[in-house]
Design a protein around this ligand. Structure first.
Ligand code: ZN
Length: 313
């Protein structure tokens, strides 16, 4: 049996549809009056780009307006990982966006999620690390504040991440915020090379000290970059289904993972958003063979790479 380790999974995109609808029912959110509410929460096939895909992730955020809802979502995310047979999970979320959408204090959101994860992880005997996300599209000043909030709960996190509108908010804007995270001893992973090209991955490594890259599939367009990623052991957190849905990869069969592996770039398979993408990690492993066309040996390599690249031990 290969190890099942998911290094890139968003809590917001993991909240079960049933839970979102349950809370929407309780609060009278307009979602329950839609004729096809599930369609707002799950991308069943290719979307018209990253932003429509992210809408499916984000819709859940505005529905979960109570701290108890976030605590419940965190517990269920651990249960779902356990039920899929995971050996280790690194779960990420963005307190800044949750606070922005719900009016809840970001610090209280962090505590509600971290308490839920800690309790359920102990019960399930599953290793779960938390990664705190700063978003790009609220700008550099906001990012400084978002990072300060994460650092005020430093002990809750194993790492920090940068996500959001990659094409319009380059990494250099966030260098100061990520320097503070490094100084606090946190690991760094950065969403890059998904909605923007290889230069965005270069920036993530050079400007922000990224040890891992979220997606990074467009690194395959730059041989020199692939050499550097391979030399430095920077692991790409690749999500086969999500990448296909957002258009970051043309299709399963033509996924950039083939080029990346051939160049010796470390790659780990991840789910990104289990609800929004309608996937499980065990299923992504099967897809890697059946649809993407990896060999059994290649799948073993990426499964082992995920173990090597964990931030939580
Ligand atoms: Zn992501």
């Amino acid at each position: 049996m290969l190890p099942l380790v998911d290094l890139h999974r968003h809590l917001e995109g993991s909240v079960r549809s049933s839970t979102v609808l349950d809370v929407a029912e309780r609060t009278g959110h307009e979602l329950v009056r839609r004729t096809a509410p599930r369609a707002g929460l799950v991308a069943d096939d290719k979307q018209t780009g990253l932003l429509p895909y992210l809408d499916k992730v984000d819709l859940a955020i505005g529905v979960l307006t109570g701290l108890d809802d976030w605590n419940r979502a965190a517990c269920e995310a651990v249960d779902d990982a356990f039920d899929d047979g995971l050996d280790l999970l690194e779960l990420r979320f963005c307190p800044g966006i949750i606070a922005h959408e719900t009016g809840l204090p970001a610090e209280a959101v962090i505590d509600a999620v971290a308490d839920g994860v800690a309790a359920q992880a102990a019960k399930r005997r599953l290793s779960v690390g938390l990664i705190g996300i700063v978003v790009r599209h609220l700008g550099a000043e906001s990012a400084g504040g978002q990072m300060a909030t994460l650092l005020s709960r430093r002990e809750r996190f194993c790492a920090v991440d940068l996500a959001g509108d990659e094409a319009n908010f380059p990494a250099a804007l966030f260098a100061e915020a990520f320097r503070a995270a490094k100084e606090a001893g946190l690991h760094v992973t950065i969403h890059a090379g998904e909605a923007a090209g290889p230069e965005s991955v270069w920036d993530a490594v050079r400007e922000l000290g990224a040890e891992r890259i979220g997606h990074g599939v467009r690194s395959a367009e730059d041989p020199r970059l692939m050499e550097v990623l391979a030399e430095r052991g920077v692991t790409l957190e690749v999500s086969l289904t999500s990448n296909t849905q957002t258009g970051a990869a043309p299709s399963y069969a033509e996924h950039q993972i083939h080029t990346l592996l051939a160049a010796g770039v470390p790659v780990a398979l991840c789910t990104d958003n289990p609800r929004a993408s309608n996937v499980r990690l065990s299923q992504e492993h099967r897809t890697a063979i059946a649809e993407v066309g990896l060999t059994g040996e290649q799948l073993k390599t990426v499964a082992e790479q995920a173990v090597k690249a964990t931030f939580v031990r």
